[in-house]
Write a protein that binds this ligand. Structure first.
Ligand SMILES: NC(=O)c1ccc[n+]([C@@H]2O[C@H](COP(=O)([O-])OP(=O)(O)OC[C@H]3O[C@@H](n4cnc5c(N)ncnc54)[C@H](O)[C@@H]3O)[C@@H](O)[C@H]2O)c1
Ligand SMILES: *[C@@H]1O[C@H](CO)[C@@H](O)[C@H](O)[C@H]1NC(C)=O
Ligand SMILES: *[C@@H]1O[C@H](CO)[C@@H](O)[C@H](O)[C@H]1NC(C)=O
Length: 332
């Protein structure tokens, strides 16, 4: 697991990722002589981390204060983003709300102001890099350093891979994943210099399992999960572990995002419930917020179940939603 990377600007720098935990500091030498020592240290760290996790079960989890923190939420005009904004308003954060839809955005802002918090709104099309960069510059001037960045804006098309238009495929990647790069690159530098911050990725259970007629969407959500995991690893590698990360993966949520969605696997979620769990995950620095938690088994099942069993399970779970499927519009 020892790998090498190069960091530009400083010439060639060897990057050694280390495993968390008090026993593992600098445990990874490249030296063959030390490999047995390294394995021993790794095993001890694993055992230690289990003990630590066990002890933590009995200690109430501390929720951090976000009072006065600057929280930026993309796609805050409707659905999960909107309710998440209202929750941070109750926690007395300063809100920076972005959405492409002005009327939805102003409605959310009004409801947050009614709670009594300071709110800044920006109409931003998150599919456009220039628009994101321009808005980010304004936020830095008019509000300050963003402490919590929540990349929530997302779109979906629900069609088979041949029915999708070229422009839709490009758009969904721009909004659902590329935007995460532009916002992170705008706001991470101040988080690094303050050694304080939190980057939240709203992905989906469709980022853990492949779903027919959502090939474009699943691709972007797998990318979002990968983005979160690699960014988390990178923040650890550059020793900025005070910058936290959280990734949200829910099944269908009743926001009107996907029409007539249902599955036997789990009832549809309410946006109120999803936003509650997301905010709780942020306040407790949880890395992954899976709703319901059993969605964590889906990738495991995909790896280990025989093909026939997997197909039967997919059939049983009976995922349905309105999609445009070539040659006919069917309710699938
Ligand atoms: N609803 C679900 O079933 C579900 C399930 C899993 C994950 N998610 C994810 O949760 C996130 C929020 O979904 P939701 O259900 O609240 O959707 P929603 O449609 O209710 O809200 C999304 C918001 O994003 C905004 N938006 C869309 N394109 C934008 C753009 N280019 N620039 C700026 N804002 C834009 C919309 O105007 C809207 O206000 C999305 O990333 C979605 O993929 C949703
Ligand atoms: C914008 O938001 C308003 C209020 O939520 C909604 O009624 C309208 O349909 C939205 N417009 C678009 C284009 O999504
Ligand atoms: C699907 O949803 C639309 C409105 O969103 C509704 O008019 C229609 O009847 C629904 N279809 C089914 C099969 O539920």
């Amino acid at each position: 697991m020892n790998f090498h990377g190069t960091a530009s600007r400083m010439g060639s720098v060897k990057v050694k990722p280390s495993i968390n935990g008090p026993l593992s500091e600098n445990a990874w030498g490249g030296d063959n002589m030390n490999v047995y020592v390294d394995i021993l240290l790794l095993l001890l760290t694993i055992i230690y981390s289990y003990l630590e996790a066990f002890v933590k079960l009995f200690i109430p989890v501390k929720r951090k204060s976000v009072n006065g923190e600057i929280v930026l939420i993309t796609g805050a005009g409707h659905g999960i983003g909107k309710i998440t904004a209202l929750k941070f308003a109750q926690l007395e954060s300063v809100l920076v709300l972005w959405d492409i839809n002005k009327s939805g955005l102003e409605q959310t802002a009004k409801e947050c102001r009614d709670i009594g918090t300071k709110v800044y709104t920006y109409v931003v099309d998150c599919s456009k890099r220039e628009a994101i960069n321009a808005a980010a510059d304004k936020v830095k001037q008019e509000v300050g350093d963003v402490n919590i960045l929540i990349n929530n804006a997302g779109i979906v098309f629900c069609a088979d891979v041949l029915t999708l238009q070229d422009s839709q495929i490009e758009k969904i990647f721009e909004v659902n994943i590329l935007a995460h790069f532009w916002t992170t690159r705008a706001f991470l530098p101040s988080m690094i210099s303050n050694n304080h911050g939190h980057i939240v990725t709203v992905a989906s259970s469709a980022g853990l399992v492949g779903v027919p007629y959502l090939v474009d969407y699943c691709s972007t959500k797998f990318a979002a999960v990968g983005y979160h995991k690699a960014l988390t690893a990178e923040l650890d590698a550059i020793q900025k572990s005070e910058i936290k990360t959280t990734c949200l993966c829910p099944v269908f949520v009743n926001t009107g995002f996907v029409q007539n969605a249902s599955t036997r696997f789990s009832p549809n979620l309410e946006p109120e419930d999803v936003a509650s769990k997301l905010v709780d995950g942020i306040l407790t620095n949880k890395k992954m917020v899976l709703i319901p938690p059993v969605v964590s088994f889906t990738p495991v099942l995909e790896f280990y179940l025989p093909e026939r069993a997997l197909k039967a399970l997919n059939k049983f779970s009976d995922i349905k939603f309105d999609a445009k499927v070539q040659c006919y519009d069917k309710n699938k």
